[in-house]
Write a protein that binds this ligand. Structure first.
Ligand SMILES: Nc1ncnc2c1ncn2[C@@H]1O[C@H](COP(=O)(O)OP(=O)(O)OP(=O)(O)O)[C@@H](O)[C@H]1O
Ligand SMILES: [Mg+2]
Length: 384
């Protein structure tokens, strides 16, 4: 017990969206597997690609970024996009593809790649394709060619291409199919193109629906909560590096409060550090931080999600929350609203496309945001 506060400037924890944690725990296997896959592809061997799934805040974006920098390190040029709905995603993909191709020089592979990029660009509103380049015809399906051709052009420059797509559940279904076709064909043609595709858990189903072969293209890394041991590492390793210790009871309290969800782990550790007065940091310190941790979670993480819910869907969200944690049958949610499943299907579909809920299996729904049911019960308690 020291009674002195820890320096908030030195606080090592990193709650946020895509903010790299001070200790990236529990991902070694995936990182190693990806490095092997990348190196295999560059030595003309085949590899499965990677599909990262998980609920909000489990660390998909952070892992994707880590793998992207690994890719750069082992000789890949990275095309990194976050699917946002509309044509912006594709516009960004094409811009990055063009940059890679232009850097690859002027051979015939490069000319072919520029032509397929142009064909797709002509279908994307507002790309302002240069007039003299309009030798190409508008063709959205050429998106598959873009991936293969960019990969081939990159070979001339002795690099591979990594395609990293975040929030991929938001991709237009047809574009997803085209992208998968490109990845598939690149594999058949021995082109060193590696794809990492991340999104909410229903992405696996979306990918499978897009093409019959698609699920076999990928190894799935389904990110769940961290184990108690991993939470302990995430919390204690960064502190130990700067001479600060956590008591086992304090770590256990963080495990309980966070249920192992990485974003909650970072949030609780961050606020505990700022509120702590004991040395080592104690369970009492975690309790002292509780009002801060809970109010920031309510005001940021959860509020941002609530803000995305159209007024017409609030009743559906309330009904699902009223059934408690875990997945529930769509029919039970409808019943809790006093309606039938078909009557509420449109609400359900819109909430899925907003990434608020997902369907873990046919006829079931669950919040895509951990602990969201509790938050809704707290913040949206009354029926309108
Ligand atoms: N392996 C990990 N170990 C410790 N902390 C982690 C780990 N992965 C992510 N985090 C932390 O968790 C938080 C959320 O990470 P990230 O933004 O990558 O999640 P996400 O799955 O992409 O969430 P969303 O679905 O909302 O985009 C960040 O604060 C990050 O520092
Ligand atoms: Mg993310």
């Amino acid at each position: 017990m020291s009674g002195e506060r820890y320096d908030p400037v030195a606080n090592p924890y990193a709650p946020g969206a895509g903010t790299p944690p001070p200790a990236l725990v529990g991902r070694d296997e995936t990182i190693e597997g990806t490095e092997i896959a990348l190196r295999r592809l560059r030595s003309a061997r085949t590899s499965q690609h990677l599909l990262i799934t998980g609920l909000r805040g489990v660390g998909k974006t952070v892992l994707l970024a880590k793998l992207a920098s690994l890719g750069e390190h082992v000789g890949y040029r990275v095309i990194r996009v976050e699917a946002v709905g509309g044509d912006d995603t594709l516009r960004s993909l094409l811009r990055q593809a063009r940059r890679i191709v232009e850097a690859a020089g002027g051979g015939s592979a490069v000319r072919r790649a520029l032509r397929s990029i142009e064909s797709v660009s002509l279908t994307v509103a507002g790309t302002g394709a240069a007039l003299e380049r309009q030798v190409a015809r508008p063709d959205r399906d050429a998106l598959a060619d873009v991936l293969v051709d960019v990969g081939k052009a990159a070979v001339d420059a002795d690099v591979g291409v990594m395609l990293a797509i975040d929030e991929a559940q938001r991709l237009d279904r047809h574009d997803l199919r085209r992208i998968l076709a490109g990845i598939h064909r690149a594999g058949q043609d021995g082109v060193p193109l590696y794809a990492v595709v991340a999104g909410l858990p229903n992405l696996v189903g979306e990918v499978a629906k897009a093409a019959t072969y698609a699920e076999r293209l990928f190894t799935v890394a389904d990110l769940g909560p961290l184990s108690p041991r991993q939470v302990a590492d995430a919390v204690t390793i960064p502190a130990r590096e700067i001479g600060v210790a956590w008591s086992p009871a304090a770590v256990e309290r963080i495990v309980d409060r966070s249920d192992g969800y990485p974003f909650f782990v970072q949030t609780w550790a961050f606020h505990t550090w700022n509120a702590a007065v004991d040395d080592p940091i104690s369970a009492g310190d975690v309790d002292r931080a509780a009002p801060h941790a809970e109010s920031t979670l309510d005001a940021s993480f959860f509020a941002a999600r609530i803000a995305r819910i159209p007024a017409s869907e609030v009743a559906y969200v309330r009904a699902l929350a009223s059934l408690g944690p875990g997945p529930h049958r769509s029919g039970d949610v409808a019943a809790a609203m006093g309606k039938t499943t078909p009557q509420v299907a449109a609400f359900r579909d819109r909430l899925i496309s907003e990434g608020v809920i997902y369907s873990p299996r046919y006829g079931w729904v669950e919040f895509a945001i951990p602990h969201f049911d509790r938050h809704v019960a707290r913040e949206l308690p009354d029926r309108p």
